[in-house]
Design a protein around this ligand. Structure first.
Ligand SMILES: [Zn+2]
Length: 132
């Protein structure tokens, strides 16, 4: 189970809507089992409607920033503008952070946010608990 403050839940929805019809992406930083920060990042994929890609300098700069702020847990967020919140084969193949929680906001059939752990291509759903 992962605790997600309502404000961050809203921020993810807004980011996904703003990026539509492209996939939105970014990182979430957390402390003591609670995600506390949202870092929206550019999707630099050549086909941003179907996949997301974070430029390595953006990724490393953000991770450094998170460490400086004492944030340990990490969430990796992206949206699926035309499909469900289920990791695609590409998402699974490029899930390089076994400690991270992968968040996907899907727009089909309705707007919904799901979380997963992806370790060595093994996908495990994680329950999201939205907190005030
Ligand atoms: Zn995806």
């Amino acid at each position: 189970m992962v605790k997600l403050p309502l404000a961050l839940h809203q921020a993810l929805k807004i980011a996904a809507l703003r990026a539509y019809p492209h996939e939105a992406c970014g990182l979430l930083g957390g402390r003591a089992g609670l995600l506390v920060s949202w870092y929206p990042l550019s999707n630099v994929a050549p086909q941003p409607r179907r996949i997301y890609s974070i430029a390595p300098p953006d990724l490393f700069r953000t991770m450094k920033h998170m460490r400086r702020r004492g944030e340990t847990e990490m969430g990796i967020f992206h949206s699926h503008p035309t499909s469900a919140a289920i990791p695609s084969p590409t998402d699974i193949a490029f899930a390089f952070y076994p400690e991270a929680i992968y968040f996907i906001l899907g727009f089909s059939p309705t707007t919904h946010l799901r979380a997963y752990s992806i370790v060595h291509q093994h996908v495990q759903p994680i329950e999201i608990c939205v907190v005030e």
